[in-house]
Design a protein around this ligand. Structure first.
Ligand code: NDP
Length: 485
């Protein structure tokens, strides 16, 4: 496979690529081979300043355009993304190591969905009219101003679009900082937005590590911060934003439960557990990594799971026949191997996997532990890798209580043929994004986000518009004004 065309510089500011080699070099390593495929430079303070100034300068004019005009640009960007899906998917595969088989259908396409959806909604942003006798109030739905987006490394194209699309639809501008691990894809989205007609400065990309993120978050010109990342980073960023009373959206981690009842269709439940644990080599925030299986069907479930996992095609993610690729980085692989060791040391039964592949790159085999108990580390902490913990249960109330016994609350799933039970159980699970007889679907039309430590606010759907705009109410007096003196 020829390598996809790469961005031509580290940053994208004011509608053009910008380089400043004064910032620390950040190597981009292809996870399947360990090769360095590109180098970008972290933003220096001057670069960050330039990006914030560009976003600030562009905002009023962008917000003054009609929603329909903004929407048309976003929709055009969506169309360009679809036309270049292959090239963008190849870049996503190089950036993350995820199989091309996945990226061709899940990354640029999901970004295009968001731009298309919010492009369509941009013209529908309105206020309301409230009649008060002769007088009246009208409300204006206004942009927040300059927004900062900070991304994790697992979905670099999708995260950039999920943040940019609603922000730009509402008349905000954005400075986006990708994860240092996957810096390439967001630059292409910036380039495409310019090509689609977005004025310079509307969407800017600055590279860097946490320090650049922190500089962006604390800048007084920034009205809102949207982070996709881990809970510890979320706490730091939320606290920094709160000091200046900035708006936030926090999409953080999880340790989500999947409940498989005794009447479930086992093939579907196994399919859900595979999608919810091994897609993107398990590097998905909403994964259902605690799979509670009713004791009566547990062995049948494990047998089918092991059989189906033996069909996984592990290898170079550029090969379209491959459906399971490497971990994003050596560091993430070491973290995952560390959790596998803890699972073994704490007495979980290894059903399949559990090893690093003897080849270049950061490959860990799809791993399933059974006989996991609630207190084991692998049942409590987010691993962010291909490690599934299967736990037994006997009755519904017990399963719900144990499923909820976590500080996280991103997702939850239920597999059963009894739909009354499905709805009853889902209503009691404390999670923001739930599934019945399915797992990990994320259509742009549906709100996505977590409760408890998994986050604040929602991405996607009309709900996201609320998080990227604010309401001004205007009282209009029609007669004379009386005053006490
Ligand atoms: P991190 O929390 O380590 O980093 C997230 C982003 O924040 C990175 O761009 C990072 O920069 C940046 N950052 C780090 N410190 C600061 C700071 N003090 N101020 C501002 N920005 C900062 O997450 P990962 O990249 O390791 O991603 C994995 C995590 O993301 C998992 O916990 C996962 O659950 C979560 N996630 C949540 C999703 C959701 O929608 N709920 C979706 C996908 C992932 P850098 O890395 O360059 O240092």
């Amino acid at each position: 496979m020829a390598y996809a065309p790469q961005p031509t510089a580290s940053h994208y500011i004011g509608g053009v690529y910008v380089e400043d080699t004064g910032g620390d070099a950040i190597p981009v390593i292809f996870a399947a081979t360990g090769e360095t495929i590109a180098t970008v430079h972290a933003g220096t303070p001057a670069i960050v300043e330039r990006a914030l100034a560009a976003a600030t300068d562009a905002q009023a004019e962008w917000a003054a355009m009609t929603g329909r005009m903004r929407g048309r640009i976003l929709t055009r960007a969506a169309q360009i993304i679809r036309e270049r899906n292959r090239e963008l998917s190849e870049l996503e595969t190089l950036d993350t190591g995820k199989p091309l088989q996945e990226t061709l259908v899940a990354d640029a396409t999901s970004g295009a969905d968001a731009l298309e959806y919010f492009g369509g909604l941009a013209a529908t942003l309105t206020g309301e009219h409230i009649q008060l006798g002769e007088d009246w109030v009208y409300t204006r739905r206004e942009a927040l101003g300059v927004c900062v987006g900070i991304g994790a490394w697992n979905y670099p194209t999708q995260i950039a679009c999920w943040k940019a699309a609603p922000a730009l639809a509402c008349g905000n501008t954005m400075v986006f900082k990708p994860s240092e691990t996957t810096p390439l894809c967001a630059l292409k989205i910036a380039e495409i937005l310019t090509e689609a007609g977005a004025p310079p400065g509307v969407f800017n990309v600055v590279q860097g590590m946490g320090a650049v993120g922190a500089q962006l978050v604390t800048d007084p010109r920034v009205a809102k911060v949207s982070l996709t990342g881990s809970v510890p980073t979320g706490k730091r960023v939320y606290a920094a934003a709160a000091a200046e009373m900035k708006h936030v959206t926090m999409e953080l981690g999880g340790k989500s439960p999947m409940l498989v009842f005794e009447d479930a269709d086992i093939e579907n439940a196994v399919g859900g557990a595979i999608l919810g644990n091994f897609y993107s080599s398990g590097q998905v925030c909403s994964n259902g990594t605690r799979v509670f299986v009713h004791r009566a069907i547990k062995e049948a479930f494990l047998d089918r799971l092991a059989a189906r996992l033996s069909d996984a095609v592990i290898g170079d993610p550029r090969d379209e026949a491959v459906n399971f690729g490497p971990m994003v980085s050596e560091r993430q692989m070491q973290t995952v191997l560390g959790y596998i060791e803890k699972g073994l040391a704490e007495g979980a039964r290894l059903v399949t996997g559990g090893t690093r592949l003897d080849r270049d790159g950061w490959f860990v085999t799809p791993t399933v532990f059974a006989d996991v108990t609630d207190d084991m580390t692998i049942a409590r902490e987010e691993i962010f890798g291909p490690v599934m913990a299967v736990l037994d249960f006997d009755d519904e109330a017990e399963a719900i209580a144990r499923a909820n016994d976590t500080p996280y609350g991103l997702s939850a799933g239920v597999f059963t043929r009894d739909l009354a039970r499905a709805h009853r159980v889902i209503a009691q699970l404390r999670a923001g994004t739930c599934f019945i007889n399915s797992y990990n679907d994320a259509p742009v039309e549906a709100p996505f986000g977590g409760v408890k430590m998994s986050g604040v606010g929602r991405e996607n759907s009309r709900a996201a518009l609320e998080h990227y705009s604010q309401v001004k109410s205007v009282y209009v007096r029609m007669g004379d004004l009386e005053a006490p003196f």
